[in-house]
Design a protein around this ligand. Sequence first.
Ligand code: ADP
Length: 378
Amino acid sequence: MRKTGSYRTKSLPLVSRLFLSHLLVMIVGVSSFVIISKLSSPRFFVLHLQQLEGRGFSLVYARPYLVKGFETAWNRSTFWSVIVGATAAGGLSYWVSRRIVQPLTQIEKVTQKFAAGHLDERLPPSEIPEINQLATSFNRMAVSLEDVEHRRRELVSDLTHELRTPLTVLRGYLEELAASRIEATPDVYQRLAKETRRLERLINDLQELSKAEAGYLPINLQPVNLRPLLESLVQKFADQLLDDGPQLRLDCPPQLPLVLADIDRVEQVLVNLLGNAITYTKEGSITVRVWTASETGKAIAPRLWIAITDTGIGISPQDLPQVFERFWRAEKSRNQHTGGTGIGLAISQRLVELQGGEIEVESQVGVGSTFRFYLPLA
Ligand code: ADP
């Protein structure tokens, strides 16, 4: 187990420190008041009596009594003022100290619970602005940690599920072969190789996705002209299409503005989108359309949009929100033979986002799908 650093010291707790500091301020204030007034008040009083005598009042006999009376009155009232004032100030200081320390104690409790795995713990708002700011930051961090933890659990469970299928098939065949219940034909080996390839692809895709999600994927943003890349990709994919398959077209203006992007990552996204379009389109057309847009009136930087529209099987409205989720495939059994892992679009989305863009989809079952993304202009 990892040792967590604890910084408990034997010094006084904050509430006592605050209280004592208030007390010290009060003692200094009261003492200076008492000392100064003790020294100066009788002198002022005597001075006042002398002024009265100067105006013709005869105070010769009364003077010692008056001075004595003044001192007694001063001593008594000062004594009671100090007692009442000190008690009130002490009480108030204790109350204020507790009010400052209480949210801090609560923060400590909540962070301890959070560290112990209660990721839904949150700090309540505080009326002290600085502590409220701390609580807001803590809560923001808690939400993001909870999200990461949730996604980690989801990934592990999805991964187990995805790995199980090819492994079960492999084990099944190997056991049958070992028991000589099936013949070791080239077809059997082909199937074994196919499942192994599937595992390999899954691991590669996952590695790429985890790098992209963690932000470790190096993205080398540069001003690039995407037209040559689009032309060569469309050409390459068109060569692979059968005569009775869909038509692949590029609808792109001859002069494209430069975009700020990593050309290899854009190619990765386009290969995935074009690959999907070809896999899910039996006939009709696949069009790659490129255009520039800047939303007038809004402070939005001009962008280059690339859309891949197919006339394929389409995606149902309830499935659309899931297409960019990793491992998601429509009707998994149908897709089993396509060899898809359901990670391609998740990687594409992350790659587009890492380049400052966004990807979206529109689709209608039986009509076709449009996947489009934008990249910022250089
Ligand atoms: P993969 O293609 O490897 O299965 P993706 O993440 O690229 O994974 O795609 C996820 C799923 O989205 C696919 O399995 C498919 O069901 C659906 N899909 C993607 N592109 C299209 C498309 N152009 N037309 C219809 N369905 C699509």
